[in-house]
Design a protein around this ligand. Structure first.
Ligand code: HEC
Ligand code: HEC
Length: 308
Protein backbone atom coordinates (compact mmCIF):
# COMPACT_ATOMS: atom_id res chain seq x y z
CA UNK A 1 0.00 0.00 0.00
CA UNK A 2 2.68 2.41 1.01
CA UNK A 3 4.69 1.49 -2.08
CA UNK A 4 1.71 2.08 -4.33
CA UNK A 5 1.15 5.47 -2.78
CA UNK A 6 4.81 6.38 -3.29
CA UNK A 7 4.54 5.34 -6.92
CA UNK A 8 1.50 7.54 -7.40
CA UNK A 9 3.24 10.51 -5.83
CA UNK A 10 6.31 10.07 -8.06
CA UNK A 11 4.03 9.85 -11.04
CA UNK A 12 2.20 13.05 -10.16
CA UNK A 13 5.39 14.94 -9.45
CA UNK A 14 6.95 14.12 -12.82
CA UNK A 15 3.76 15.14 -14.60
CA UNK A 16 3.29 18.34 -12.65
CA UNK A 17 6.79 19.46 -13.64
CA UNK A 18 5.26 20.61 -16.92
CA UNK A 19 1.54 20.55 -16.27
CA UNK A 20 0.42 24.13 -16.36
CA UNK A 21 3.11 25.05 -18.89
CA UNK A 22 1.83 25.56 -22.43
CA UNK A 23 4.73 23.61 -24.00
CA UNK A 24 5.11 19.84 -23.64
CA UNK A 25 8.33 17.86 -23.91
CA UNK A 26 8.87 15.55 -26.87
CA UNK A 27 8.69 11.92 -25.71
CA UNK A 28 12.00 10.12 -25.35
CA UNK A 29 10.73 7.14 -27.27
CA UNK A 30 8.22 6.99 -30.10
CA UNK A 31 6.62 3.79 -31.40
CA UNK A 32 7.41 2.98 -35.01
CA UNK A 33 8.08 -0.13 -37.09
CA UNK A 34 11.87 -0.41 -37.14
CA UNK A 35 12.06 -2.50 -40.35
CA UNK A 36 9.82 -0.18 -42.32
CA UNK A 37 11.68 2.84 -40.97
CA UNK A 38 15.08 1.43 -42.00
CA UNK A 39 13.75 0.80 -45.49
CA UNK A 40 12.24 4.29 -45.48
CA UNK A 41 15.61 5.72 -44.52
CA UNK A 42 17.25 4.14 -47.55
CA UNK A 43 14.47 5.51 -49.79
CA UNK A 44 14.71 8.97 -48.24
CA UNK A 45 18.36 9.28 -49.27
CA UNK A 46 18.06 7.67 -52.72
CA UNK A 47 18.29 10.04 -55.72
CA UNK A 48 16.97 7.28 -57.99
CA UNK A 49 13.50 8.06 -56.70
CA UNK A 50 13.40 11.42 -58.56
CA UNK A 51 12.62 11.74 -62.27
CA UNK A 52 16.08 13.02 -63.24
CA UNK A 53 17.92 11.06 -60.52
CA UNK A 54 19.38 14.29 -59.13
CA UNK A 55 17.52 14.80 -55.86
CA UNK A 56 16.36 12.66 -52.97
CA UNK A 57 14.05 13.77 -50.19
CA UNK A 58 17.21 14.45 -48.19
CA UNK A 59 18.49 16.96 -50.77
CA UNK A 60 15.83 19.40 -49.62
CA UNK A 61 15.44 18.01 -46.10
CA UNK A 62 18.84 17.21 -44.61
CA UNK A 63 17.88 15.40 -41.40
CA UNK A 64 21.48 15.58 -40.12
CA UNK A 65 21.16 19.35 -39.73
CA UNK A 66 17.89 21.27 -39.64
CA UNK A 67 15.63 18.92 -41.57
CA UNK A 68 15.44 21.61 -44.26
CA UNK A 69 17.55 22.61 -47.27
CA UNK A 70 21.27 22.89 -46.64
CA UNK A 71 22.88 23.65 -49.97
CA UNK A 72 22.59 20.50 -52.12
CA UNK A 73 22.58 20.79 -55.90
CA UNK A 74 18.97 20.46 -57.04
CA UNK A 75 19.15 20.72 -60.84
CA UNK A 76 18.38 23.81 -62.89
CA UNK A 77 14.57 23.59 -62.95
CA UNK A 78 14.08 23.43 -59.19
CA UNK A 79 14.38 27.12 -58.35
CA UNK A 80 13.03 27.26 -54.83
CA UNK A 81 11.26 30.28 -53.49
CA UNK A 82 9.32 28.81 -50.63
CA UNK A 83 11.14 27.69 -47.51
CA UNK A 84 11.22 23.92 -47.01
CA UNK A 85 9.30 22.93 -43.94
CA UNK A 86 11.52 20.80 -41.71
CA UNK A 87 10.97 17.04 -41.54
CA UNK A 88 12.31 16.91 -37.97
CA UNK A 89 9.40 16.35 -35.57
CA UNK A 90 6.98 16.78 -38.49
CA UNK A 91 5.03 13.76 -37.25
CA UNK A 92 3.83 15.91 -34.32
CA UNK A 93 2.32 18.58 -36.62
CA UNK A 94 -1.46 18.48 -37.04
CA UNK A 95 -1.22 18.78 -40.85
CA UNK A 96 1.63 18.85 -43.39
CA UNK A 97 2.78 21.62 -45.79
CA UNK A 98 2.70 25.35 -45.10
CA UNK A 99 -1.01 25.40 -45.90
CA UNK A 100 -1.78 22.01 -44.41
CA UNK A 101 -2.96 20.43 -47.65
CA UNK A 102 -1.75 16.96 -46.61
CA UNK A 103 -3.40 15.27 -43.64
CA UNK A 104 -0.42 13.12 -42.66
CA UNK A 105 3.11 12.15 -43.62
CA UNK A 106 2.13 9.36 -46.00
CA UNK A 107 -0.30 11.56 -47.93
CA UNK A 108 2.37 14.23 -47.94
CA UNK A 109 5.04 11.90 -49.35
CA UNK A 110 2.65 10.85 -52.11
CA UNK A 111 2.07 14.48 -53.09
CA UNK A 112 5.76 15.19 -52.87
CA UNK A 113 6.55 12.56 -55.48
CA UNK A 114 4.13 14.05 -57.94
CA UNK A 115 5.23 17.71 -57.65
CA UNK A 116 7.30 18.36 -60.80
CA UNK A 117 9.90 20.56 -59.08
CA UNK A 118 10.19 18.13 -56.18
CA UNK A 119 10.64 14.44 -57.08
CA UNK A 120 8.59 14.64 -60.29
CA UNK A 121 7.47 10.99 -60.34
CA UNK A 122 4.02 9.64 -61.13
CA UNK A 123 2.71 6.66 -59.16
CA UNK A 124 3.18 4.42 -62.14
CA UNK A 125 6.60 5.81 -63.02
CA UNK A 126 7.84 5.22 -59.50
CA UNK A 127 6.44 1.69 -59.33
CA UNK A 128 8.09 0.80 -62.64
CA UNK A 129 11.43 2.13 -61.56
CA UNK A 130 11.30 0.45 -58.15
CA UNK A 131 10.26 -2.88 -59.59
CA UNK A 132 13.18 -2.82 -62.01
CA UNK A 133 15.55 -2.85 -59.03
CA UNK A 134 16.21 -6.37 -57.75
CA UNK A 135 17.63 -5.35 -54.40
CA UNK A 136 14.61 -3.13 -53.57
CA UNK A 137 12.30 -5.95 -54.68
CA UNK A 138 13.96 -8.25 -52.18
CA UNK A 139 13.85 -5.66 -49.38
CA UNK A 140 10.18 -4.82 -49.94
CA UNK A 141 9.27 -8.52 -50.04
CA UNK A 142 10.93 -8.99 -46.66
CA UNK A 143 9.20 -6.01 -45.07
CA UNK A 144 5.77 -5.96 -46.77
CA UNK A 145 5.46 -9.73 -47.36
CA UNK A 146 4.24 -9.62 -50.95
CA UNK A 147 5.65 -9.56 -54.48
CA UNK A 148 5.82 -6.35 -56.49
CA UNK A 149 6.53 -2.93 -55.01
CA UNK A 150 3.47 -0.71 -54.59
CA UNK A 151 3.54 3.09 -54.55
CA UNK A 152 1.67 3.10 -51.23
CA UNK A 153 4.30 0.87 -49.64
CA UNK A 154 7.05 3.30 -50.70
CA UNK A 155 5.23 6.24 -49.10
CA UNK A 156 4.38 4.12 -46.05
CA UNK A 157 8.03 3.24 -45.45
CA UNK A 158 9.12 6.87 -45.88
CA UNK A 159 6.44 8.05 -43.45
CA UNK A 160 7.60 5.44 -40.94
CA UNK A 161 11.17 6.77 -41.21
CA UNK A 162 9.89 10.31 -40.71
CA UNK A 163 8.15 9.24 -37.49
CA UNK A 164 11.60 8.32 -36.19
CA UNK A 165 12.93 11.82 -36.96
CA UNK A 166 12.17 13.28 -33.55
CA UNK A 167 14.67 15.28 -31.51
CA UNK A 168 14.23 14.60 -27.78
CA UNK A 169 15.94 15.94 -24.69
CA UNK A 170 16.57 19.56 -25.59
CA UNK A 171 17.48 21.72 -22.61
CA UNK A 172 13.97 23.16 -22.41
CA UNK A 173 12.34 19.69 -22.25
CA UNK A 174 14.77 18.71 -19.52
CA UNK A 175 13.82 21.92 -17.70
CA UNK A 176 10.13 21.00 -18.03
CA UNK A 177 10.91 17.59 -16.58
CA UNK A 178 12.63 19.24 -13.64
CA UNK A 179 16.10 17.90 -14.53
CA UNK A 180 18.00 21.11 -15.25
CA UNK A 181 17.65 24.84 -14.64
CA UNK A 182 17.57 27.45 -17.38
CA UNK A 183 20.17 30.21 -17.36
CA UNK A 184 18.79 33.59 -16.32
CA UNK A 185 18.59 35.05 -19.85
CA UNK A 186 16.92 31.86 -21.16
CA UNK A 187 14.33 31.97 -18.42
CA UNK A 188 13.68 35.68 -18.97
CA UNK A 189 13.32 34.94 -22.68
CA UNK A 190 10.72 32.28 -21.94
CA UNK A 191 8.80 34.66 -19.68
CA UNK A 192 8.81 37.30 -22.43
CA UNK A 193 7.69 34.68 -24.96
CA UNK A 194 4.68 34.00 -22.75
CA UNK A 195 3.99 37.56 -21.62
CA UNK A 196 4.15 39.13 -25.10
CA UNK A 197 1.82 36.45 -26.51
CA UNK A 198 4.14 34.44 -28.79
CA UNK A 199 2.83 31.44 -26.87
CA UNK A 200 -0.71 31.96 -28.18
CA UNK A 201 0.39 30.61 -31.56
CA UNK A 202 3.62 28.73 -30.75
CA UNK A 203 2.65 26.19 -28.10
CA UNK A 204 2.13 22.45 -27.54
CA UNK A 205 4.64 19.72 -28.24
CA UNK A 206 6.11 21.35 -31.35
CA UNK A 207 5.93 24.93 -30.08
CA UNK A 208 3.78 25.48 -33.17
CA UNK A 209 2.50 23.08 -35.81
CA UNK A 210 -0.99 22.89 -34.33
CA UNK A 211 -2.95 25.78 -35.87
CA UNK A 212 -3.24 28.02 -38.92
CA UNK A 213 -2.51 31.70 -38.34
CA UNK A 214 -1.70 34.77 -40.39
CA UNK A 215 1.57 36.60 -40.56
CA UNK A 216 0.61 40.28 -40.38
CA UNK A 217 -2.20 40.17 -37.80
CA UNK A 218 -1.37 43.70 -36.53
CA UNK A 219 0.96 45.19 -39.17
CA UNK A 220 0.50 43.71 -42.67
CA UNK A 221 3.24 41.60 -44.27
CA UNK A 222 3.83 41.63 -48.06
CA UNK A 223 1.65 39.14 -49.88
CA UNK A 224 2.73 37.33 -53.01
CA UNK A 225 0.57 34.80 -54.82
CA UNK A 226 3.45 32.46 -55.51
CA UNK A 227 3.59 31.23 -51.90
CA UNK A 228 1.53 28.29 -50.63
CA UNK A 229 -0.79 30.01 -48.14
CA UNK A 230 -4.32 28.85 -47.40
CA UNK A 231 -5.68 31.39 -49.90
CA UNK A 232 -4.28 29.08 -52.60
CA UNK A 233 -6.78 26.46 -51.44
CA UNK A 234 -9.80 28.58 -50.51
CA UNK A 235 -9.49 31.83 -52.57
CA UNK A 236 -10.87 33.58 -49.49
CA UNK A 237 -9.03 36.94 -49.13
CA UNK A 238 -8.91 36.47 -45.35
CA UNK A 239 -6.66 33.47 -45.94
CA UNK A 240 -3.90 35.47 -47.64
CA UNK A 241 -0.64 34.94 -45.74
CA UNK A 242 -2.34 32.36 -43.50
CA UNK A 243 -0.05 29.39 -42.88
CA UNK A 244 0.43 26.51 -40.54
CA UNK A 245 2.34 28.00 -37.62
CA UNK A 246 5.86 26.58 -37.96
CA UNK A 247 7.39 24.56 -35.14
CA UNK A 248 10.09 26.45 -33.25
CA UNK A 249 11.94 23.29 -32.25
CA UNK A 250 15.55 23.35 -33.54
CA UNK A 251 14.77 26.79 -34.95
CA UNK A 252 18.33 28.11 -34.50
CA UNK A 253 19.43 25.56 -37.16
CA UNK A 254 16.55 26.24 -39.49
CA UNK A 255 17.16 29.62 -41.09
CA UNK A 256 16.58 31.55 -43.28
CA UNK A 257 13.28 32.45 -41.65
CA UNK A 258 9.66 32.85 -42.80
CA UNK A 259 7.95 31.24 -45.77
CA UNK A 260 9.78 33.61 -48.14
CA UNK A 261 13.19 33.04 -46.46
CA UNK A 262 13.50 36.77 -45.91
CA UNK A 263 15.60 36.88 -42.72
CA UNK A 264 18.86 35.10 -42.07
CA UNK A 265 19.17 35.97 -38.40
CA UNK A 266 16.90 34.47 -35.79
CA UNK A 267 16.94 37.73 -33.81
CA UNK A 268 15.53 39.59 -36.85
CA UNK A 269 12.77 37.01 -37.28
CA UNK A 270 11.85 37.39 -33.60
CA UNK A 271 11.67 41.19 -33.90
CA UNK A 272 9.60 41.03 -37.09
CA UNK A 273 7.18 38.52 -35.57
CA UNK A 274 6.72 40.76 -32.53
CA UNK A 275 6.04 43.71 -34.85
CA UNK A 276 3.78 42.08 -37.45
CA UNK A 277 1.81 39.78 -35.18
CA UNK A 278 1.78 41.49 -31.79
CA UNK A 279 2.47 45.16 -32.52
CA UNK A 280 5.61 45.44 -30.38
CA UNK A 281 8.99 46.98 -31.14
CA UNK A 282 11.40 44.78 -29.20
CA UNK A 283 14.72 46.11 -27.92
CA UNK A 284 17.91 44.26 -28.90
CA UNK A 285 18.12 43.00 -25.34
CA UNK A 286 14.58 41.57 -25.35
CA UNK A 287 15.11 39.92 -28.73
CA UNK A 288 18.41 38.42 -27.51
CA UNK A 289 16.67 36.92 -24.48
CA UNK A 290 13.98 35.34 -26.62
CA UNK A 291 16.68 33.96 -28.93
CA UNK A 292 18.47 32.51 -25.89
CA UNK A 293 15.22 30.77 -24.92
CA UNK A 294 14.63 29.54 -28.49
CA UNK A 295 18.11 28.00 -28.54
CA UNK A 296 17.10 25.77 -25.61
CA UNK A 297 14.68 24.09 -28.04
CA UNK A 298 17.49 22.41 -30.00
CA UNK A 299 17.22 18.68 -29.30
CA UNK A 300 19.29 15.57 -29.85
CA UNK A 301 19.84 14.24 -33.35
CA UNK A 302 17.34 11.44 -34.14
CA UNK A 303 18.79 8.09 -33.04
CA UNK A 304 17.80 6.35 -36.29
CA UNK A 305 20.34 8.45 -38.19
CA UNK A 306 23.19 6.75 -36.32
CA UNK A 307 21.80 3.21 -36.76
CA UNK A 308 23.05 0.98 -39.54
C1 HEC B 1 13.21 20.13 -54.35
C2 HEC B 1 13.06 20.18 -52.92
C3 HEC B 1 12.24 19.13 -52.20
C4 HEC B 1 12.27 17.76 -52.33
C5 HEC B 1 13.08 16.93 -53.31
C6 HEC B 1 11.39 17.25 -51.31
N1 HEC B 1 10.84 18.27 -50.58
FE1 HEC B 1 9.67 18.10 -48.94
N2 HEC B 1 9.37 20.09 -48.95
C7 HEC B 1 9.95 20.99 -49.81
C8 HEC B 1 9.31 22.30 -49.68
C9 HEC B 1 9.67 23.55 -50.46
C10 HEC B 1 8.32 22.13 -48.67
C11 HEC B 1 7.32 23.18 -48.22
C12 HEC B 1 6.31 23.29 -49.35
C13 HEC B 1 4.91 23.65 -48.94
O1 HEC B 1 4.58 23.59 -47.76
O2 HEC B 1 4.10 23.96 -49.83
C14 HEC B 1 8.40 20.74 -48.23
C15 HEC B 1 7.63 20.20 -47.22
C16 HEC B 1 7.81 18.91 -46.71
C17 HEC B 1 7.16 18.38 -45.53
C18 HEC B 1 6.16 19.13 -44.68
C19 HEC B 1 6.59 19.40 -43.29
C20 HEC B 1 5.59 20.30 -42.62
O3 HEC B 1 5.73 20.52 -41.41
O4 HEC B 1 4.68 20.85 -43.26
C21 HEC B 1 7.57 17.08 -45.40
C22 HEC B 1 7.14 16.09 -44.32
C23 HEC B 1 8.44 16.77 -46.52
N3 HEC B 1 8.56 17.92 -47.29
C24 HEC B 1 8.96 15.54 -46.80
C25 HEC B 1 9.54 15.21 -48.02
C26 HEC B 1 9.77 13.85 -48.51
C27 HEC B 1 9.42 12.59 -47.75
C28 HEC B 1 10.37 13.96 -49.74
C29 HEC B 1 10.77 12.84 -50.67
C30 HEC B 1 9.71 11.96 -51.13
C31 HEC B 1 10.50 15.39 -50.01
N4 HEC B 1 9.96 16.10 -48.97
C32 HEC B 1 11.12 15.90 -51.12
C33 HEC B 1 10.98 20.71 -50.67
C34 HEC B 1 11.32 19.44 -51.10
C1 HEC C 1 -0.82 35.18 -34.31
C2 HEC C 1 0.05 34.02 -34.29
C3 HEC C 1 1.52 34.22 -34.00
C4 HEC C 1 2.12 34.92 -32.96
C5 HEC C 1 1.44 35.70 -31.85
C6 HEC C 1 3.55 34.73 -33.12
N1 HEC C 1 3.81 33.94 -34.20
FE1 HEC C 1 5.64 33.37 -34.85
N2 HEC C 1 4.82 32.61 -36.53
C7 HEC C 1 3.47 32.57 -36.81
C8 HEC C 1 3.28 32.19 -38.19
C9 HEC C 1 1.95 32.03 -38.92
C10 HEC C 1 4.56 32.01 -38.74
C11 HEC C 1 4.93 31.68 -40.18
C12 HEC C 1 5.16 32.99 -40.85
C13 HEC C 1 5.82 32.92 -42.20
O1 HEC C 1 6.63 32.02 -42.43
O2 HEC C 1 5.58 33.81 -43.00
C14 HEC C 1 5.51 32.27 -37.65
C15 HEC C 1 6.90 32.16 -37.78
C16 HEC C 1 7.80 32.38 -36.76
C17 HEC C 1 9.22 32.19 -36.86
C18 HEC C 1 9.98 31.71 -38.11
C19 HEC C 1 9.85 30.21 -38.27
C20 HEC C 1 10.51 29.67 -39.52
O3 HEC C 1 10.65 28.43 -39.61
O4 HEC C 1 10.89 30.41 -40.44
C21 HEC C 1 9.77 32.52 -35.64
C22 HEC C 1 11.23 32.46 -35.25
C23 HEC C 1 8.66 32.93 -34.79
N3 HEC C 1 7.48 32.83 -35.50
C24 HEC C 1 8.81 33.38 -33.49
C25 HEC C 1 7.80 34.06 -32.81
C26 HEC C 1 8.03 34.87 -31.63
C27 HEC C 1 9.34 35.03 -30.90
C28 HEC C 1 6.82 35.46 -31.31
C29 HEC C 1 6.54 36.44 -30.23
C30 HEC C 1 7.33 37.68 -30.30
C31 HEC C 1 5.84 34.95 -32.28
N4 HEC C 1 6.49 34.15 -33.18
C32 HEC C 1 4.50 35.28 -32.27
C33 HEC C 1 2.44 32.87 -35.91
C34 HEC C 1 2.60 33.63 -34.78
Amino acid sequence: MRLALAAIIICISTVSAWAGEPIEPIPRTVAYDAKKAQLGKQLFFDVNLSSDRIVSCASCHDPYSSGGYKGFFLGEHRKKRVKDATVLNAAFNFRQFWNGRARDLQEHAAMSFEIPISMGMSRQGLEERMNADASYKKLFREVYKRDGIKFDDVTDAIAEFEKALFTPDCKFDRFLRGEVKLAQNEEEGYLLFKRLGCINCHNGMNVGGNSFQRIGVIHPYDWDEKFPDIYKLTKDPRDKNRFKVPSLRNIELNGPYFHDKRYDKLGDAVKKMAYHNLGYHLSDDEAAKIVAFLKTLTGKRPAILEQK
